[in-house]
Design a binder for this molecule. Structure first.
Ligand SMILES: Cc1cc2nc3c(=O)[nH]c(=O)nc-3n(C[C@H](O)[C@H](O)[C@H](O)COP(=O)(O)O)c2cc1C
Length: 365
């Protein structure tokens, strides 16, 4: 080994602590070292964490060997063996490695959490890909069904119920014309009627509701659960300027096409803060907060990359709302950028089972 090269901790290291020892009485953790989180390595000696900490800023081989000698109270030969093992397994890498250089930008731009997530969720096994598709999926979901009941497909909220008027027809405008007129608005005026809210929510949630009914109409049929798009999200309309509906926070229940009144009042200031200070969101007639219930997907999709799908899924759902609003000649604004903790408090959510994922504001020009 060259004395001149510096080594540093692998930026992909993540420690998953467990109070339950895996296979010994010693302190135990799984260390994810590379792109594939399945390739976890076990570290059972707590002193090794001191070594990894020492190498965070980069150290030459010999100095690193001295740290190991001191921390582990071993002789030079054993320290060299330990160090070689750490290098071989990728816990420690050359500071100037191409690999590290390629990740540097992510670190310098504060994207380090995203780097790990992006890399660790690139290639995972999906039940849909295993062997004979239908049989494998069916067997897997049956196993999950035998273990536990799936979570409810709609948030269970309490409060007075308010049935919405029947949704109106959408105008006979060709989709291409709706797409051409779609655009982000950053100024709003005017109020909104319950009839418009009804039409917006109906066309936004129609497929979600079809999927929920498909799953629930034969809940013991495991394959029904595969039709899962849109079902993980709840919609909370926050009416800021209602015509015939009082301003306040509501939850939408597609099955009954009704709202639950969570709290009446004027919440412009709260909504502006939730939208990280974007003032025009407070001028909208109604702001729809999309909340994703992660538990609903975790029950059947047991791999982290499903979070990617959920973000795409909620965007598709939100865009149904945006296009419906455009077809109805309403202005809209969208953003997934919110103060998550404020939404959780505002809607009385249960983090991290569920969380805010999208905001769409609708109003007049
Ligand atoms: C994922 C996403 C996040 C966005 N977040 C914001 C935002 O926080 N603030 C904002 O003013 N616009 C936001 N926008 C709107 C874009 O800036 C806008 O869509 C873009 O300027 C294109 O304009 P158009 O929507 O009129 O076609 C967001 C758009 C997307 C797709």
């Amino acid at each position: 080994m060259s004395n001149k090269l510096c080594y540093r901790i692998n930026p992909f290291l993540r420690f998953h602590w467990s109070s339950r020892p895996y296979d010994s009485d010693e302190l135990s953790s799984v260390v994810y070292t590379a792109a594939d989180a399945e390739d976890g390595q076990k570290v059972t000696r707590v002193e090794l964490f001191h070594v990894l900490h020492a190498v965070a800023g980069g150290l030459p081989y010999d100095e690193l060997k001295d740290v190991i000698r001191t921390e582990l109270s071993v002789n030079g030969k054993i320290a060299a063996n330990v160090l070689d093992m750490l290098l071989e397994r990728g816990f420690i890498i050359p500071a100037e490695s191409e690999f590290f250089d390629r990740t540097r930008e992510w670190y310098e731009k504060e994207w380090h959490h995203a780097l790990f997530y992006h890399t660790a969720t690139r290639n995972v096994d999906h039940i849909e890909e295993v062997g004979d598709q239908g049989d494998a999926v069916s067997a897997t979901i049956t196993k999950f069904q035998n273990e536990s009941d799936p979570p409810p497909l709609t948030a269970e909220v309490s409060g007075p119920k308010l049935t919405l008027p029947d949704p109106g027809q959408l105008p006979d405008t060709p989709l291409i014309d709706v797409l051409k007129s779609r655009g982000t608005s950053r100024s709003f005026s005017g109020s909104i009627s319950s009839a418009t809210i009804s039409t917006l929510l109906h066309y936004t949630s129609k497929n979600a509701q079809d999927h929920r009914e498909h799953i629930q109409s034969s809940s013991s049929d495991p394959l029904r659960r595969v039709v899962s798009s849109y079902v993980a999200h709840d919609i909370y309309p926050v009416i800021l300027n209602g015509d015939d509906l009082q301003n306040g926070i509501y939850h939408y229940e597609a099955e009954e096409h009704r709202l639950t009144i969570l709290e009446k009042g004027n919440f412009e200031d709260e909504i502006i803060d939730i939208a990280i200070g974007q003032q025009w969101v407070g001028e909208a007639a109604v702001v729809f907060l999309f909340v994703t219930n992660f538990e609903r997907y975790q029950w059947q999709y047991r791999h982290s990359d499903e979070l990617r799908n959920l973000f795409v899924d909620v965007s598709a759902l939100a865009h149904r709302l945006i296009l419906t609003a455009t077809a109805l000649d309403k202005c809209n604004f969208l953003t997934p950028a919110m103060r998550d903790d404020h939404v959780e408090e505002f809607l009385n959510l249960t983090p991290p089972k569920e969380g805010a994922t999208y905001l769409v504001a609708v109003g007049e020009e």
